[in-house]
Design a protein around this ligand. Structure first.
Ligand SMILES: [Mn+2]
Length: 318
């Protein structure tokens, strides 16, 4: 079944003269890695084809790949491929028209967009799927493509630690690591942080409050983030910075934005997405997001989070 979709995709690529590859807005290494990695594989297999990478260039990810200028005319008759993007609204860049649209993604389906869809929620990352495509079709993987795909896989799996890491992930990583890219310096580039972010992390570690149920909370007001010179999006990226704390069960970052207080919720056991849904959010059982519109509301949310921690502890010992 999967092989059929892969051959169908590769046939479609083979027939196209111009291929434009998109990915989601606010990209991460899996988005850019799968986009540029696929581009590299196609360009290597078919040097005469025009392959373009579309979307806003993300400064912190140019060590992986830059983006191309794509004009509206270039979409005429082009094959468009979108990687790592569950719904059309999250695609970075306008797609004025296309001959054929292909979706390649590992997120639970939100929109069934595209003429050909290859969605595999078992895959750790879209990069792992692109590796599979190369493996099944037997096309040549260059060292540059291997570096890009390895970057995305290791990012989405937390350096092969998260529960989405499977034997297939390790096999793909092993195969990619046969290529001559510098894994050590790649990891260094992926882990790089800024002084403002480092200072903010120091603040968070100092200020985190933990209850006896193992529930923890951090407040990040707009004023506070401004004083550190970081955006709310950057601040949210360190939500896991104390996840190794002994006795910790679930925690939340209250990140104040212009029109709401965003709640970034994480867990090491208690299921938290049901609670997130009560507060205009949702997500995965161990990682969710929600919104509050006042600090009083964050208090009642945290009370409920403490209950969730206490109940799941009781259930464990029943
Ligand atoms: Mn991904």
């Amino acid at each position: 079944m999967t092989k059929q979709v892969i051959f169908n995709i590769w046939d479609t690529i083979e027939k196209a003269e111009r291929i434009i590859i998109h990915r989601h807005v606010r990209p991460d290494p899996d988005a850019v890695g799968s986009q540029a990695g696929l581009g590299e594989l196609i360009q290597e297999a078919f040097p005469d084809k025009i392959v373009k990478l579309a979307g806003e260039e993300e400064q912190s990810l140019t060590f992986l790949s830059g983006m191309d200028e794509v004009t509206a005319e270039e979409y005429r008759g082009a094959l468009v491929i979108v990687t790592d993007t569950a719904n059309e609204a999250r695609i970075d860049g306008e797609i004025p028209e296309s001959d054929t649209l292909i979706k390649i993604d590992h997120h639970p389906e939100v929109d069934a967009y595209g003429d050909i869809q290859w969605v595999n929620t078992e895959a750790s990352s879209t990069c792992e799927m692109i590796f599979r495509l190369a493996d099944v079709t037997g096309i040549k993987v260059t060292a540059r493509a291997a570096r890009l795909l390895f970057a995305g896989m290791s990012a989405d799996t937390g350096r092969f630690r998260f529960s989405n890491t499977t034997p297939a992930t390790f096999r793909a990583a092993a195969s990619l690591s046969e290529h001559s890219f510098d894994r050590h310096s790649l990891y260094n580039e992926m882990d790089v942080t800024t002084l403002p972010m480092l200072r903010l992390q120091g603040y968070v570690l100092q200020e985190v409050e933990v209850t006896e149920e193992g529930a923890a909370k951090v407040y990040l007001t707009r004023e506070r983030m401004e004083s550190f010179g970081v955006t709310s999006r950057e601040a949210a990226s360190i939500v896991n910075c104390f996840s190794n704390l002994e006795g910790l069960r679930a925690w939340v970052f209250f990140v104040e934005e212009e029109d709401q207080i965003r709640m970034r919720i994480r867990s090491k056991g208690p299921v938290i997405n049901k609670l997130a849904e009560k507060y205009r959010g949702g997500g995965h059982p161990m990682a969710s997001g929600a919104s509050a519109f006042s600090w009083e509301e964050t208090d009642s949310f945290f009370d409920e989070l403490r209950h969730v921690c206490r109940d799941s502890e009781a259930a464990n010992h029943a």
